[in-house]
Design a protein around this ligand. Structure first.
Ligand code: SME
Length: 159
């Protein structure tokens, strides 16, 4: 099992291409959901230096904070609220170049400037969302969307 990450590429797409197989190697030998979500959040933050990376898990009619890396965050988000709750309600990735332009954005930290939220789908239902926040405006693009969606397909097998 890899216990160190090896990320050497310069471009973001190439760094994701290096990272995803390493997360796969790290998680496919581990049956515990919390362990795999925790290492995935850590790996993404380590590889890209994002401000905040974490999971919210669907529990009843709310999202509840799960494993994350970064400053403390809001613990519960209702369906349809904020970027995370919108991703859950609409079962789609939500990419927000400027959080101040997103109606209803939940500001866990005023340092968060842009954000991408990707749902994890299991048998057609959202079971969790991955939330990645940056302290830079417009920090996420199609490369992040593609790679993180691919990663969340992998993650759905952990649920
Ligand atoms: N900004 C998110 C809330 C979660 S924190 O950013 C960690 C939202 O609007 O759903």
């Amino acid at each position: 099992m890899a216990e160190n990450l090896f990320i050497t590429a310069d471009t973001k797409a190439a760094r994701y291409a290096e990272l995803l197989p390493q997360i796969e190697a790290l998680t496919n030998v581990e049956p515990d959901l919390t362990a795999n979500l925790a290492n995935t959040a850590a790996a993404l933050r380590q590889a890209f230096g994002f401000f905040w990376v974490g999971f919210y898990l669907v529990k009843g009619d709310e999202l509840v904070l799960g494993p994350f890396q970064g400053p403390i965050a809001c613990t519960r988000i209702r369906k349809g609220r904020g970027v995370c709750g919108t991703s859950w309600a609409e079962a789609r990735t939500v990419l927000v170049p400027d959080v101040e332009e997103f109606p209803g954005h939940i500001a866990c930290s005023s340092d968060s400037k842009s954000e991408i939220v990707v749902p994890v789908l299991k048998n057609g239902a959202v079971v969790a969302v991955l939330d990645v926040d940056s302290d830079k405006l417009n920090d996420f693009d199609h490369d992040d969307k593609l790679a993180l969606e691919q990663l969340m397909v992998m993650a759905s097998a952990w649920f």
